[in-house]
Design a protein around this ligand. Structure first.
Ligand code: RP5
Length: 163
């Protein structure tokens, strides 16, 4: 199976990024995690993305806060799908990172999830890998069913308690 690359702009992003790691782990999808910054280590970020396809990656998650150019700069150097996670940090609570990540000019797409949306970033990568992997697609279906059962159980508890 192809790997998912998880790149974060700073180790201070890890508490959020960890949720993507945990999700990939739960689906037994292989991954690699790195700290590369578009601003502080642009050469390393570029080298990773240029070589990602040859190094066995199928999708890349890029998480960054503030003036978040990481996802866009990674996408500029690979044609693998890039999923951006805008991280909530600094004075603007992630709105800065959201707009920086989502507003890509035509030609270089970044699939941007919600502010701090690490779980969905991982699930989107899994869905991309599952296009050619029926077993993985089955695991996604099973998770959806489990999530539904969980909500129905909560509904039942609330209905018993409040009605
Ligand atoms: C971004 O700036 C990082 O992704 C992080 O979200 C934010 C702050 O980084 P640190 O100053 O905590 O290293 O580049």
């Amino acid at each position: 199976m192809k790997k998912v690359g998880i790149i974060m702009g700073s180790d201070s992003d890890l508490p959020i990024v960890q949720k993507a790691v945990d999700t990939l782990k739960a689906f037994e999808v292989p991954y690699e995690v790195h700290v590369f910054s578009a601003h502080r280590t642009p050469n390393e970020a570029k080298q990773f993305s240029e070589n990602a396809r040859d190094n066995g990656f199928g999708a890349i998650i890029a998480a960054a806060g503030m003036a978040a150019h990481l996802a866009g700069s990674i996408a500029a150097n690979t044609t693998l799908p890039v999923i951006g996670i805008p991280i909530k940090s600094g004075y603007l609570n992630g709105i800065d990172a959201l707009l920086s990540t989502v507003q890509m000019p035509s030609g270089i797409p970044v699939a941007t999830v919600a502010i701090d949306g690490a779980v969905n970033a991982a699930l989107l990568c899994i869905e991309i890998l599952a296009v050619n992997d029926r077993d993985l697609a089955e695991k996604l279906n099973a998770k959806r069913k489990a999530d539904s059962a969980n909500v129905l159980a909560k509904n039942q508890n609330i209905e018993i308690e409040l009605n």
